[in-house]
Ligand binder design. Structure first.
Ligand SMILES: [Fe+2]
Length: 232
C-alpha cells in the first residue's frame, strides 16, 4: 500500500516538528501495512523558489533517512494552486521523485473557468500527470461534469483516508473508488495526535465492504499507475 499524501518530513511545513516525530509517524504507517510513502510537504510558490524548497526538503529528509527501514520514500510536494501556475518554469521539479505525478492542492471554493484551464494546460503540456489532492474537499463546490472533464484530460484523483468515515461520506467514497475516480489514497498525516497516520481507516473500510481480494487488486492498481508514470 502506498500512502500518497503525507507531511512527515521534519520541520518543513505544518507537519512533523522533529525527526523523532517523523520516525514515529513512519513506523506507525509501516505497522498499518504501508510499503511506500510519498512525502508531500506543502509548496507555496509565493513563499519560496522551487530550488530552495527542494534544498530544504533534501536536508530534512537526510535528518531521518538513515533510520528508515523497509519503507520506500518518494519525495514530492503538495503544490498549492495559484493563478499562473501552469507557467511556473520549474513545475516538473515538484513532481514526485522519479515520476511525472504532480500533487496539486486546489482552492476550497468554486473554481473559475480560468482555474480549470490552468489544470488542463498543465495536464496537456506533456510530461506532467496532475493528481488533485484530497478530491473529497472540492466535490461540493464544483459543477457536475468538472471532474469527468478533468479525468478525460488524464487528471487523477487522490482522497484522504478520512473520506472513508461517516455513513454518507463513506458511501460516496466507495462509489467513486468503484467508478475509478479515486486513484490514490493518502493519510495527509501531520502529526501523531489530531492528524495522525491513519491509512488503516481506508484499508479496513474497503476490506469490510469489498473483501481482501478487492483491496489487493486496488493496491496493485495504484502501484501500476505509479509505474506507468515513472520517468527514466
Ligand atoms: Fe496535505
Amino acid at each position: 500500500m502506498t500512502d500518497f499524501h503525507t507531511h512527515l518530513l521534519p520541520r518543513l511545513d505544518d507537519g512533523s516538528k522533529s525527526p523523532e516525530m517523523s520516525l514515529a509517524m513512519l513506523n506507525e504507517l509501516k505497522r498499518q501495512g504501508v510499503k511506500r510513502i510519498i512525502a508531500s510537504p506543502h509548496f507555496y510558490a509565493n513563499d519560496e523558489s522551487v530550488d530552495s524548497f527542494i534544498e530544504r526538503r533534501e536536508k530534512s529528509f537526510s535528518s531521518v533517512k538513515a533510520e528508515i527501514r523497509d519503507l520506500e520514500i518518494l519525495l514530492g510536494a503538495e503544490v498549492k494552486f495559484y493563478s499562473g501556475i501552469s507557467r511556473l518554469q520549474d513545475l516538473k521539479k515538484l513532481c514526485i521523485e522519479g515520476t511525472k505525478l504532480l500533487l496539486l492542492e486546489m482552492p476550497f471554493s468554486k473554481w473559475t473557468e480560468y482555474d480549470i484551464k490552468e489544470i488542463t494546460d498543465i495536464a496537456s503540456s506533456g510530461g506532467i500527470t496532475v493528481v488533485l489532492a484530497h478530491i473529497e474537499r472540492y466535490l461540493s463546490f464544483q459543477e457536475k461534469g468538472t471532474f469527468e472533464m478533468l479525468y478525460d484530460y488524464g487528471v487523477l484523483f487522490q482522497c484522504n483516508s478520512s473520506f472513508f468515515t461517516g455513513h454518507f461520506k463513506k458511501s460516496k467514497a466507495f462509489k467513486m473508488l468503484r467508478d475509478n475516480r479515486i486513484h490514490f489514497i493518502g493519510s495527509d498525516c501531520h502529526n501523531m495526535k489530531d492528524r495522525p497516520p491513519n491509512i488503516n481507516i481506508a484499508l479496513s473500510a474497503l476490506t469490510k465492504k469489498f473483501g481482501d481480494d478487492f483491496v489487493a487488486d486496488y493496491i496493485n492498481y495504484g502501484n501500476k499507475l505509479i509505474l506507468q508514470n515513472k520517468i527514466n
